[in-house]
Design a protein around this ligand. Structure first.
Ligand code: 5GP
Length: 140
């Protein structure tokens, strides 16, 4: 399907919508999910405007995966998480709700269940604090 740049992540990339940013570079951006399924739930997106993994060019995907790797390491440290889950949904049938390619970085703990997907807004002050915690642990 043709990419629609009216989606919320495209607006965040253009600076038209706010975000609790963890990092950004020429190719990617990472920010806190506003309806986190677990504390530390972070999203990594390419700047390239594509809906799904299938549409991404390999070079853009490589940059994005590098950011996913860096952010995952920082989230793991910041939240002392024994496990990190990376999730990525393609198409409404897979549960995708925002149609700009993105990777979820999710801390996991034994016995801690996820909250509902895209359901409850978190306190912006808490999200900003979480973004700072992660940012402080990012390596180049
Ligand atoms: P998807 O279901 O497409 O894989 O995930 C979209 C994610 O975007 C959900 O986890 C949802 O909570 C998050 N989300 C939706 N709207 C916003 C927003 O305005 N800002 C941020 N930072 N995250 C959002």
């Amino acid at each position: 399907m043709a990419y629609d740049d009216g989606n919320i992540f495209a607006k965040i990339l253009r600076g038209e919508a706010p975000a609790h940013v963890v990092c950004e570079d020429d190719h990617t951006m990472a920010f806190m999910d506003v309806m986190p399924q677990v504390d530390g739930h972070t999203l990594v997106i390419p700047r390239q405007g594509v809906e799904t993994l299938h549409d991404s060019d390999p070079a853009a995907l490589a940059h994005t995966m590098h950011t996913v790797q860096r952010v995952a390491a920082a989230v793991k440290q910041a939240f002392a998480a024994p496990g990190i889950m990376i999730a990525q949904l393609n198409g409404a049938a897979a549960g995708q709700t925002v149609f700009h390619l993105h990777f979820h970085v999710l801390p996991r703990f034994d016995g801690v269940e996820f909250r509902m997907h895209a359901r409850d807004m978190a306190d912006p002050t808490v999200l900003q604090a979480h973004a700072e915690q992660i940012k402080a642990r990012l390596k180049p």
